[in-house]
Design a protein around this ligand. Sequence first.
Ligand code: MG
Length: 248
Amino acid sequence: MSSIPVIDLISGAGKDLIGACEEWGCFRIVNFQEILEDSLLREMKAVVRSLLDLPAAVKSRNRDVIAGSGYMAPSETNPHYEALGLFDMASPPDVQAFCSNLEATPYQSSETMGCRGVQLHTDSSFLTLLQDDEKFGGLEIMKRNGEFHAVEPCPGTLLVNLGDLATVWSNGKFLNVKHRVICKEVGIRVSIASFLLGPNDEKIVAPPELVDLEHPRMYVPFTFRELRNLRMSEKLHIGEALRYYLCK
Ligand code: MG
C-alpha cells in the first residue's frame, strides 16, 4: 500500500511536493528541526493538554468568540471530541482575550493553540500544519479515489493537510483532503492544528499562470469570510461549498 508522501525540508523536493499536493492533498514533513525545535512542539502539547484539563465552566467562556471558534464541548455529533479554537482574527488582543477567559498562566499564554478533527471534513484553510498525537492513531485521510488511508502516529514529524483555499488557488489542481478521526483506543488524544487561512476581505483567485485554455478558471473570486460563512450556515464541511463558486 502506498503511504503519505514525505517531504524532507533539508534535501528539498519541489517536484514531489507538487505531486503530493495534487494526488494526496497532504504530506508529512521531516527534518524541520532547524526551524522548529522538538522541545517547542512538546511544550505546545503540554500547554494544550493543561488548558483542556481546565473545568468546563472555564473553557466555556471562550464559546462563540466567533462562529465556529472558541470552546467546542463534546456534542451529540462528536461525543468524544473537544477543542479550544483560536482561528482567524488571531491578533494580539484576541489572543489576550482568549487567554484571559481561560485565566491562563503566563506559561500557558505563550502559544496560540487549537485542535479539531473527528467527523469527515475538509479544512477551509489554505493549509493546516498538524502536530498529531504521538501515541494514539485514528486520523484517516481520504484519497482521491475515495479510499480511506490511516495516518499512523509518527513522532518528530508534522503533517500538512491542504484545505479548500488550496484547491481554489491552484485552479483545482491541489486536493482539499477530506479527513476524520476514528476512536480506536481508550485514551485522551491531543493534536494541535495551526491553520494558514486566507484574507477575510480580499478575493481569492488562482494566479494567471495556472489558468489557460486547457485549464480554464474554475472558480469565481470570493473572500475567505464568504467561504467560512457559507460552510457554517449551510453546514457544508466536506468541501461541497466550493461548488457554489464554480464558474458557469
Ligand atoms: Mg481538520
